[in-house]
Design a protein around this ligand. Structure first.
Ligand code: MG
Length: 175
């Protein structure tokens, strides 16, 4: 069994970094401030209505992905659990460039920055990274996707893969 391991929201704390780069880290001071289970808080929450999606994503260049993004609080634990279960040699990082700004600058910035982050923080994985949003293309019956995106999980499962939705406040409502 091989693991296709998402980066943002699973290994890294992209949500906090996105708030930091836009000077809104205070929103997270008292815990998660948005409606739980709503994945696209930056599109849906009125506190972000003053910012266009283009502006939101344009702030995230190479330096953001390399240096502002930090480990998710549970990221190292998830990675060690994944390595214990699947074996390091069976794990591949699968991550996408920003979905909104499909310019070469934004894409090369995110790819270069993310790769540098991996080289620094997870050097064993520098040769096992796939950059794509179309994660379902990698789905097979002997592959599992760990991802925090309900949409990615749904598409991967429909394409014949196994999935685990990594629970986060933006994809899960506590009953
Ligand atoms: Mg993710």
């Amino acid at each position: 069994m091989q693991l296709m391991l998402d980066m943002d929201g699973v290994i890294t704390d992209w949500v906090r970094a996105a708030h930091r780069i836009h000077g809104r880290e205070h929103l997270l001071e008292d815990g998660y401030p948005y409606l739980r289970g709503k994945y696209n808080w930056y599109r849906d929450d009125p506190r972000w209505a003053d910012m266009t999606l283009e502006y939101f994503w344009a702030a995230m260049g190479e330096g953001f992905w390399e240096n502002v993004v930090e480990w998710d609080p549970s990221g190292k634990l998830r990675l060690s659990q994944a390595e214990a279960f699947f074996g390091k040699e069976n794990i591949c990082i699968v991550t996408g460039p920003p979905p909104c700004i499909q310019t070469s600058t934004a894409i090369t910035g995110s790819v270069r920055g993310k790769w540098k982050w991996i080289a620094r923080e997870m050097p064993d994985y520098t040769n096992r990274v796939i950059f794509t949003h179309e994660k379902q293309w990698l789905a097979t019956p002997d592959r599992t996707l760990w991802d925090d995106s309900p949409n990615q999980v749904k598409k991967f499962k429909e394409a014949g893969g196994n999935v685990v939705l990594i629970k986060q406040p933006w994809n899960f409502v506590e009953m």
